[in-house]
Write a new protein. Structure first.
Length: 116
């Protein structure tokens, strides 16, 4: 089992920044690819970003590429999502996930609201 706890969400004006954190526990953190999805009210969950086990590779959805940066700290079992130049359409619940031994695990999510 992997337990994931997100933090860092909140209310920000358009053009502002937030940094989300996801703290993991339960298994060897470096055995998992880590990433973020988001789900806006009334919409399907959508992929945002992913980072490989040792952080060598990342990928982003097109609409956030160049504005968001995913990173990880394997010594502290934490993955981050730095979000800059936020737009109202980025408003959603952001969920952290871990992919690896045992399957995919999800956190509970953290709300990000971007006002125009």
């Amino acid at each position: 089992q992997v337990q994931l706890v997100e933090s860092g969400g909140g209310l920000v004006q358009a053009g502002g920044s937030l940094r989300l954190s996801c703290a993991a526990s339960g298994r060897t953190f470096s055995s998992y690819d880590m990433g973020w999805f988001r789900q806006a009210l009334g919409k399907e969950r959508e992929f945002v970003a992913v980072i490989s086990r040792r952080g060598a590779a990342t990928n982003y959805r097109n609409s956030v590429r160049g504005r968001f940066t995913i990173s990880r700290d394997n010594a502290n079992n934490t993955v981050y999502l730095q979000m800059n130049s936020l737009k109202p359409e980025d408003t959603a619940v952001y969920l952290c996930y871990a992919d690896g031994p045992g399957g995919r695990y999800w956190g509970q999510g953290t709300q990000v609201t971007v006002s125009s």
